[in-house]
Design a protein around this ligand. Structure first.
Ligand code: NAI
Length: 475
């Protein structure tokens, strides 16, 4: 006997579980199917973000930053630590406990919102009378029928040709978050978000880290003034970053990995490391979905083809998150999930792609929203720029963390904020005010006139707004 639902969500990551909860809030009878297993084979909803992405990386970034502070910076505060040591295994165990809390939290939320959860892999079987039959293969096999289907199957790490992930020597984000001993030498291919976050974790814990990046510019998608400041800080910390490289043969042995590469000058080089992390982007995941059975269309990259409203080519089938176009960010997936649930319920869900924030959780953190200077120049937009360095912020000085700046870009004629770019302490939190301002189409003067608590890092955002009008008060 098949079980009938108004909405079946395939995938329990940030896109899927949030869509399921929102649809249930709106009175729909909802099922969510997710196959992720924890160490004992039990359900571990939350997807890449919760299990091997956002959450565990932040747990390890925090632990490793505590170690870095105790090793190098406590002395500045008059604190002496004798016999400091570190247990990578314990850090990873703590990270696993944090992940479990999040998995359990999602299962609790499903219960609270009366979402039926199925642990297993969902695949399309066929269309039936305007609905869809979905098979769940798992501990217990189930047949579900849903009037509306939301596909939120996420993405997988992209491997380098000739160097498949074995998660022992050649690691994706999964292996990089599970090491229980600190490798002496760590190599990374790709200095994007994962490369910089994972490179930072293992450098802080004692690895000698080298990152090989194919593009000539460091963080090419980031405002280049901000990227240059970040690059300076990372190099000073000891990260070796080689830009404009060409990666050649990768030889994987029992004890290490040897990477042949060519530097920007065209000189042949070899990098010998104990572990290699490959972080060159991710690919949409539709493995095992059986999209062909119902004629669900994919694009040339393997992403599910959707319109601006996340509608696929099939009536009643939607797709959100990493498996569709757009940035592979948990919060973008969540927004799409909410919007789709609301559209299914007859409401007018909306996602503003111009105000999706980005954060790289390194130290200093990098965060931005809206367009950067390169993009405004390319778009031929006349703009004014204002920057304010954390060096001139009292709270940053008291914290002992004065790296970086806030940079605000505003339209030269209307003063509307077009983008805000931050490198520095707590950039991940500071960006929220800027997202809100842009969502409300604020001008730089609006921010300049808002009272910000003193002393706080957020005063730097106000000062950057004042700088747009060339009237900073503290610099
Ligand atoms: P990414 O797209 O951020 O960076 C990949 C980097 O690898 C790029 O700089 C690219 O130029 C380089 N690259 C590509 N092919 C190469 C090659 N053959 N040789 C050398 N370099 C090469 O991808 P990443 O870091 O793997 O992250 C994947 C996704 O996960 C991203 O879309 C990111 O948004 C998301 N993510 C987000 C986080 C956050 O929001 N804090 C944290 C971690 C991941």
């Amino acid at each position: 006997m098949s079980k009938q639902f108004d909405v079946i969500v395939i995938g329990g990551g940030p896109g899927g579980y949030i869509a399921a909860i929102r649809a249930a809030q709106l009175g729909k009878n909802v099922a969510c199917v997710d196959e992720w297993k924890n160490a004992t084979g039990g359900p571990a909803p939350g997807g890449t973000c919760t299990n091997v992405g956002c959450i565990p990386s932040k747990a390890l970034l925090q632990s490793s930053e505590h170690f870095e502070q105790a090793s190098h910076h406590f002395a500045d505060h008059g604190i002496t630590v004798k016999g400091l040591s570190m247990d990578a295994g314990k850090m990873v165990a703590r990270k696993d406990a944090v992940v479990k809390q999040n998995n359990d939290g999602i299962l609790y939320l499903f219960k609270k919102n009366k979402v039926s959860f199925f642990h297993g892999r969902a695949s399309f079987v066929k269309a039936v009378d305007g609905a869809y039959e979905i098979k769940v293969a798992g501990a217990a096999e189930e047949t579900l029928v849903g009037q509306q289907i939301i596909v939120a199957t996420g993405s997988n790490a992209r491997a380098l040709p000739g160097a498949p992930f074995d998660e022992t020597m050649v690691l994706s984000n999964e292996g990089a978050l599970a090491l229980t001993a600190v490798p002496k030498k760590m190599g990374l291919i790709g200095s994007g978000v994962i490369g910089l976050e994972m490179g930072s974790v293992w450098r802080r814990l004692g690895s000698e880290v080298t990152i090989l990046e194919g593009l000539p510019d460091f963080l090419g998608a980031v405002d280049q003034q901000i990227a240059k400041e970040a690059h300076k800080a990372f190099v000073k910390q000891g990260l070796k970053i080689e830009l404009g490289v060409k990666v050649g043969d990768i030889k994987v042995g029992k004890k290490g990995v040897s990477v042949a590469w060519t530097n920007a000058k065209g000189e042949a080089q070899t990098l010998d490391v104990d572990k290699l992390i490959v972080s060159i982007g991710r690919v949409p995941n539709t493995i095992g979905l059986n999209a062909e059975a119902v004629g669900l269309k994919l694009d040339e990259r393997g992403a599910i083809l959707v319109d601006a409203d996340c509608k696929t080519n099939l009536p009643g089938v939607w797709a959100v998150g990493d498996v569709v176009r757009g940035p592979m960010l948990a919060h973008k997936a969540e927004e799409e999930g909410v919007a789709v649930a609301e559209r299914i319920a007859g409401q007018h869900g909306h996602v503003n792609f111009n105000t999706i924030p980005w954060v790289i959780y390194t130290s200093p953190e990098i965060a931005w929203v809206g367009r950067n200077e390169q993009q405004l120049k390319a778009d031929g937009v006349a703009y004014k720029a204002g920057t304010f360095p954390f060096l001139a912020n009292g709270r940053a000085r008291a914290l002992g963390d004065t790296t970086g700046m806030v940079k605000m870009l505003a339209d030269a004629t209307t003063d509307e904020i077009l983008g805000v770019h931050i490198v520095g302490p707590m950039a991940s939190e500071l960006i929220a005010e800027c997202v809100l301002a842009m969502e409300f189409r604020a001008s730089s003067e609006d921010i300049a006139r808002v009272c910000h608590a003193h002393p706080s890092l957020s005063e730097s955002t106000k000062e950057a707004a004042l700088a747009v009008d060339k009237r900073t008060l503290n610099f």
